[in-house]
Design a protein around this ligand. Structure first.
Ligand code: PEP
Ligand code: MG
Length: 755
């Protein structure tokens, strides 16, 4: 059964369009279950109706004509209950309803399974037989599995407008946005620039070649180079691999030497695609041919062909030295955009990010926010190739992406963007005013930095210093660990720019979703693995170099604070402090006139919440990393778009944990800051202020908004809000509470798009 299932899914994925995919499903499922009829009914979005969209066995004329409500017939019953219905004698069931157009009265047995994607009913898959028969357990299991597999295909078709196109007589695809997860609020209007994960076939966009001959040549060079690689590999492994495996290399060479692939690629180049796009399509074609083969061994060869395709792309990529052509207003697109790709966009050009993976708390989204770009994360089944060079709107408020938007959509977004810019402009009036309530209670507002460009934008909004400088980004864009001098000069730039205001440099926090290309960390579960201080304590040479660089950079400025990330045990802090003392003593012995920095730790692991007091006694300050704290408290991967809706800063558990740390700070007289994204939300910031935080640290783009909120309330009002919020049991209640408080003060534009 599994083979049949795989085969059907592969064919469906390879179908040219949705009607063909549906036809394949009904034919193959009917065959596999020995049914006389197999039909697919698709749900209408937002309406409780189903349309018959494909059938094998019913009157074909009925397709597109039969429409039934959820309370009609047996198919409606499956939709209504959202569970399988298996009947031996369908026509005697009280819900049986005869639809004359289908001619189905001849069929007695009925089984229908719902097709559900992330709790949403997309349709119903039905099989029927003439004879009275109860579909057995294995047939039922097959249909349920089939339904679950098809859900992804149909969800994609729905998101890309394929289903609506089938319903419109002209077949025109309406201009529908892609949906993802809001990553960084704002509106980015610009050109799509695809950054591909090297060698991923599906990431390769179509591009018109500048010079056809050069592309043909590039392919030929790549083909010969891969041929040489494969031959060499084959020779090297001749004694290691068994003959049956070694044959694989002959298969590769035959494909490379044969006409089919070469002609497939060259004809596509001549037809107007660049070499990489032509390789993608030619390989795809071969893969489909192999996958369609009934013989399991041959079907398996499809993955070898894909591998060959990746090798060719890798070669083409290596030989190509033309840099990515960024547009003046770039919307960066990729299946998995990473932080270094973002950092490589020339300053001032990035207006939006669209990523197939990740969520609002991924570091890419945090960086996008720092750069003032809108981000839409976790767009399912993102076909990046279709977005390259196209005009795109990234709506970071709602998590939508519009491709070649209609003029009225564009005009609406331009209005929003204008209003945003006006609000930002108006808020500049607050730049030099303190973050102080109307009755004179104040809080420090600090910036989070990490890129050189953050410094100037931070200085322009006015702040009390740097609450979190993420040091890992310069490590990520290099090809080796930066040395002490290189680091010192980077840190000096930040310390000098903000002096005499304090600057908190966080020691290296790699691992999790921040990997260094030259230092592989292979964790099964990276967020629970070798991350932050765990890694740096295991590599004192890296840690000492960094702390020496920080201390060295502070000479003459004396505004340095050092902070340790991912602390989960007191010993980690004690060991880190000992290393810091060593670095300090050595540098003093070398004659540097440096002063002992303020030293703190991040509270971002639940263990640290419960030991906040013990940490506070040992340190000068604590800073709450709510991005990770929420991830670990709620057991929700901050990077996983599938569970993004469960990630919630305003979950009562998160709010109480944060409040507990604030209370530990008060008991020990230790200043507590919040430097995670919750500090940048104006409503949440009011609650944090009321908890008695010493400071809030956020990306510069959010600072004046938070200041405006704080300056609009009295301290007593914020305390009252906090008290009420802490007594609430559901995140939505808390969200509604702060939202209505902001709306009531006329600050609604801080929490939604537009004025
Ligand atoms: C946090 O976890 O809240 C934090 C500020 O650190 P990062 O986002 O860099 O993990
Ligand atoms: Mg963190």
């Amino acid at each position: 059964m599994l083979d049949i299932l795989h085969g059907i899914v592969q064919d469906v994925n390879a179908a040219e369009d949705l009607p063909q995919a549906l036809r394949i499903i009904v034919e193959r499922v009917a065959q596999a279950t020995d049914a006389d009829v197999c039909s697919i009914y698709l749900a209408r979005e937002g309406e409780d109706y189903l349309d018959l969209m494909a059938t094998k066995g019913l009157n074909p004329e009925a397709v597109g004509q039969v429409r039934l409500a959820y309370d009609e017939g047996l198919v409606g019953l499956v939709a209504e209950r959202e569970e399988p219905v298996n009947l031996e004698d369908a026509d005697s069931h009280p819900r049986f309803r005869y639809f004359p157009a289908t001619g189905e009265e001849r069929f007695h047995s009925f089984m229908g399974v719902p097709i559900i994607h992330y709790r949403q009913l997309l349709g119903v898959l039905v099989v029927q037989r003439q004879a009275r028969h109860r579909f057995d357990d294995s047939e039922a299991a097959f249909l349920v599995t089939m339904g679950a597999q098809l859900a992804g295909v149909l969800a994609h078709a729905r998101a890309s407008g394929g289903i609506e196109a089938m319903r419109t007589p002209s077949g025109a695809v309406p201009n529908r946005p892609l949906s993802g997860v809001p990553g960084a609020s704002g509106v980015g209007i610009g050109r799509g620039v695809v950054v591909s994960t090297p060698n991923e076939l599906s990431d390769i966009p179509d591009r018109a070649p500048v010079d056809t001959e050069a592309e043909l040549n590039a392919f030929e060079q790549a083909r010969m180079a891969v041929r040489a690689d494969v031959t060499e590999l084959a020779e090297r492994l001749v004694d290691t691999l068994p003959a049956s495996e070694h044959i694989l290399f002959d298969v590769y060479l035959r494909i490379l030497d044969g006409n089919t692939l070469s002609e497939g690629v060259c004809s596509r180049i001549r037809a107007g695609n660049w070499a990489a796009g032509a390789v993608r399509d030619a390989i795809d074609e071969q893969v489909r041919l192999f996958e369609a083969m009934e013989d399991g061994y041959l079907a398996e060869r499809a993955s070898d062909i894909r591998d060959l395709g990746r090798r060719l792309l890798n070669r083409l990529d290596k030989d190509r030295d033309d840099p990515v052509a960024y547009a003046e207003e770039t919307v960066l697109v990729g299946t998995e955009v990473n932080a270094s790709q973002l950092a490589e966009v020339p300053e001032g050009c990035l207006v939006g990010v669209v990523s197939g993976s990740g969520s609002a708390n991924s570091h890419v989204a945090i960086l996008a926010r720092a750069l003032g770009a809108a981000a839409v994360m976790g767009v399912p089944d993102l076909r990046v190739g279709a977005l390259d060079g196209r005009e795109l709107i990234a709506d970071g408020y709602r998590g939508r992406v519009y491709i070649e938007p209609r003029p009225e959509v564009r005009a609406e977004y331009e209005r929003l963007r204008r209003e945003e810019a006006e609000l930002t402009e108006e808020l500049k009036a607050l730049q030099d005013l303190p973050a102080e309530t109307t009755d004179g209670e104040s809080i420090g507002l600090y910036v989070n930095t990490g890129l050189v460009s953050d410094v100037s934008s931070s200085l322009s909004v006015g702040c009390d210093g740097v609450g979190l400088h993420r040091t890992e980004f310069p490590f990520m864009v290099r090809d080796r660990f930066p040395g002490e001098e290189a680091q010192a000069s980077l840190y000096r730039e930040v310390l000098a720019a903000f002096a005499p205001k304090p600057v908190t440099l966080r020691t290296l926090d790699v691992g999790g979703d921040k990997m260094l290309p030259y230092f592989a960390i292979k964790d099964e579960n990276p967020f629970l693995g070798w991350r932050g201080i765990r890694m740096t304590l295991d590599h004192p040479e890296i840690f000492l170099t960094q702390m020496r660089a920080m201390l060295r950079a502070s000479e003459g400025y004396d505004n340095l604070a050092i902070m340790f990330p991912m602390v989960s045990r007191l010993e980690e802090v004690e060991q880190a402090q000992r290393l810091l003392e060593r670095a300090f003593t050595e540098l003093r012995a070398d004659g540097l006139t440096i002063v002992w920095p303020r030293v703190g730790a991040m509270v971002e692991v639940p263990a640290a919440v419960y030991q906040a007091e013990s940490l506070a006694y040992r340190l000068d300050f604590l800073s709450i990393g709510s991005n990770d704290l929420a991830q670990y408290l709620l057991a929700v991967d901050r990077n996983n778009s599938r569970v993004a809706a469960l990630y919630d800063d305003l979950h009562p558990a998160v709010l109480r944990a944060v409040n507990e740390v604030a209370e530990s700070g008060q008991r020990t007289g230790t200043p507590i800051k919040v430097c995670g994204s919750m500090a940048a939300d104006p409503g949440t910031a009011l609650l944090l202020f009321a908890m008695g935080m010493e400071g809030l640290s956020m990306s510069s783009s959010g600072l004046l908004r938070v200041k405006w909120a704080i300056r609009s309330f009295t301290y007593a009002e914020t305390r009252d809000l906090l008290e009420r919020a802490l007594s609430m049991e559901y995140p939505e209640e808390i969200r509604a509470l702060v939202a209505s408080a902001l709306e009531a003060r006329g600050l609604g534009s801080l929490i939604r798009a537009g004025k």
